[in-house]
Design a protein around this ligand. Structure first.
Ligand code: SF4
Length: 335
């Protein structure tokens, strides 16, 4: 399989009045063409900052402090902003939680869909209009010709999200990055949007990175998952690895509130007590140690490496060291 995205040892930090916040601390992963990856963790774990770093859309006080980002074989961590703009318009589409951050309230949906086509593809207005109508139909918007003339405020929340998905796909990007795309929607619409993303991925063979705090959201769409905590990847594996063979105590914490996709059974919901680490002064050891029921002496002294625990499954936890005490997962479905 061909690699579409390779992130190597990414470090991102933000200058604040209190000092430098180390939001992403050595993150590495890759994505093949047409693959769907979920990045999961609580807010502040670094998942959105990782993606904003890749897109080079960091706030003014943020900077890439280290690492490399290869997209389609080319290192894009240092390319000029004008080149990055083309990549963002053509090759990587984005979907956010709030469609109104991407949709302009003063232009019709049709104009907004046609604009990137006219800018990046140099096609006629009639052709752009035809493609825009097709795309609205593809994302399940009824009467697309009529909807082309409407403004975003005339669409419901779910329809706006569909319109934004249409906008992100209009230039046929190789990769879509969706950041909490369904969080603001009710459960039924959420399921519809996730089904739509899955369906479009199959039809268009677009790679997807789905960022969410909810492991349940990625179960159906993604084939592999990175679990992030404290600015690092603490566990990575196939969706099956994470759901049925997860090894990191933080992953277990996230899984407790998610229904078993095979049996639709929820584990007893036990919130993870405590606060995420202060990334102004990241801990020297495991970032989860202060909240972990299994913490040992070594956990406070040394950050665990990613141990290989399966073919594509890696876990940054000292419990995976060959000399560690054997601990059974508290997740019912893993026993
Ligand atoms: Fe818990 Fe230690 Fe594993 Fe960190 S390394 S998750 S503190 S057992």
């Amino acid at each position: 399989m061909e690699k579409l995205l390779e992130v190597k040892n990414l470090e991102t930090s933000f200058k604040t009045s209190a000092g430098e916040v180390h939001a992403v601390r050595g993150v590495s992963f890759d994505l093949e063409k047409g693959e769907a990856l979920g990045i999961v963790g609580e807010s502040g774990c670094g998942k959105s900052v990782t993606m904003m770093s890749i897109m080079r859309l960091l706030a003014d006080n943020g900077r890439l402090a280290g690492g490399e980002i290869f997209f389609n074989g080319k290192d894009i961590s240092n390319v000029k902003e004008s080149e990055m703009e083309t990549i963002r318009g053509n090759d990587i589409g984005m979907i956010f939680q709030d469609p109104m951050t991407s949709l302009n309230p003063v232009y019709t949906i049709g104009d907004q869909l046609m604009e990137p086509l006219l800018k990046h593809r140099k096609i006629s207005k009639a052709e752009a209009r035809k493609e825009a109508i097709n795309m609205l139909g593809l994302v399940g918007i009824p009467s697309p010709e009529k909807r082309m003339k409407q403004y975003p405020h005339e669409f419901s929340g779910g329809m706006r999200q569909r319109a934004m998905i249409a906008m992100s796909l209009i230039c046929a990007p190789k990769l879509i990055i969706a950041d909490e795309p369904t969080t603001a929607l009710d459960v039924t619409i959420q399921a519809q949007i996730l089904d739509l993303m899955k369906d479009l991925k199959q039809k268009l063979d677009t790679a997807i990175i789905l960022i969410t705090h909810d492991l349940g959201v990625v179960a159906d769409v993604c084939t592999k998952i990175n679990v992030m905590y404290g600015g690092i990847i603490v566990e990575t594996g196939t969706t099956e690895d994470i759901f049925y063979r997860g090894k990191h105590p933080y992953t277990w914490g996230l899984l407790r509130s998610v229904p078993n996709p095979k049996e639709d059974v929820k584990e007893k919901l036990i919130p993870i007590e405590g606060q995420p680490p202060d990334l102004l002064n990241p801990p020297v050891g495991c970032p989860f140690a202060a909240r972990c029921d299994y913490a040992m002496k070594v956990c406070l002294q040394k950050q665990p490496p990613l141990f290989e625990v399966g073919e594509k499954h890696h876990t940054a936890c000292w419990l995976c060291h060959e000399d560690a005490p054997k601990v059974e997962s508290p997740i019912r479905r893993m026993k």
